[in-house]
Design a protein around this ligand. Structure first.
Ligand code: BT5
Length: 248
């Protein structure tokens, strides 16, 4: 079933923060969409440029009912959304690459970022917030203010993009495949995710909380973790991290 409820906000600090504050009462499959965020953020308190309206600043409330008390699959929900997003982009004749774990790039320039945050209280699962920011209608000046190469869909298609139409396509597709994704997990998208991860088989540098690792990107495990082979021949499996360098 593709049912969901959208709430539109004119301005908010961050749609993810808003949802986290209200997660107890917001029903499953609520979607919060804002015109503007005053404190849009990525991981590790990094800023998400959110001043320009008619882009997507959106968070989904997800409260999956699973019997097993293993919540490791939650981190795969952003990966699933990134695949759904790439499929919608195809309708605009745009092909995107994925940069594990949560970036979507067009020819090396970032068009979208995803941020998943889970909330627990006394070990009880309250819910999961799946945030997505997409540049749909930015100009080059807006993009220059971002501290890494970025791009916006309108600059690729040559015309303004209807945000609400894009959002509908994204949400319809997301919720259509969502029950199956909950059931099957990352293996459902592993092939597609692998094909779009153009850094695989290249030498990359990954920064994690603990260390900086250089190695060859090998593949994704069935859990969506990244397997690397370091120069001394050891295999490393990473669940989070930032790919800071990809050797051509
Ligand atoms: C992300 O973080 O890419 C996740 C961004 C999630 C944003 C959404 S918007 C709705 C919801 N509410 C929120 O507050 N957040 C979510 P990360 O991997 O940490 O990347 C952050 C980096 O992306 C920044 O340090 C910049 O280099 C770059 N960046 C910032 N704004 C950008 C933009 N509009 N387009 C492309 N890149 C951007």
């Amino acid at each position: 079933m593709g049912l969901y409820t959208i709430m539109n906000l004119v301005e908010v600090d961050s749609t993810n923060s808003y949802v986290l504050r209200k997660l107890d009462t917001l029903p499953d499959r609520s979607v919060i969409l804002a015109e503007r965020q005053t404190a849009g953020h990525g991981r590790l308190s990094r800023k998400w440029a959110s001043d320009v309206p008619q882009n997507i600043y959106m968070s989904l409330v997800l409260k999956p009912q699973k019997r097993a008390r293993d919540y490791s699959y939650l981190k795969n929900l952003t990966q699933y959304m990134s695949i759904v997003f790439c499929e919608v982009l195809k309708n605009y004749n745009v092909e995107a690459d994925l940069k594990w774990p949560n970036d979507v790039l067009i020819k090396g320039k970032k068009i979208a970022g995803l941020l998943g945050e889970a909330k627990f209280r006394n070990e009880r699962f309250i819910g999961y917030v799946l945030g997505i920011g997409v540049n749909l209608n930015m100009d080059y000046q807006n993009l220059e203010d971002i501290d890494q190469p970025a791009i916006s869909l309108n600059l690729l298609t040559g015309k303004n993009v209807d945000r609400d139409n894009f959002v509908s396509q994204l949400l319809e597709r997301f919720f259509k495949g969502y029950p199956e994704f909950l059931h099957v997990g990352f293996p459902l998208i592993r092939k597609n995710y692998t094909e779009r991860s153009t850094f695989l088989s290249k030498r990359i540098t990954v920064v994690t909380f603990k260390e900086t690792i250089i190695g060859t990107a090998i593949e994704f495990t069935v859990n969506g973790s990244l397997m690397l082979r370091t120069d001394d021949g050891r295999e490393k499996i990473l669940t989070v991290g930032d790919i800071v360098k990809i050797k051509k």
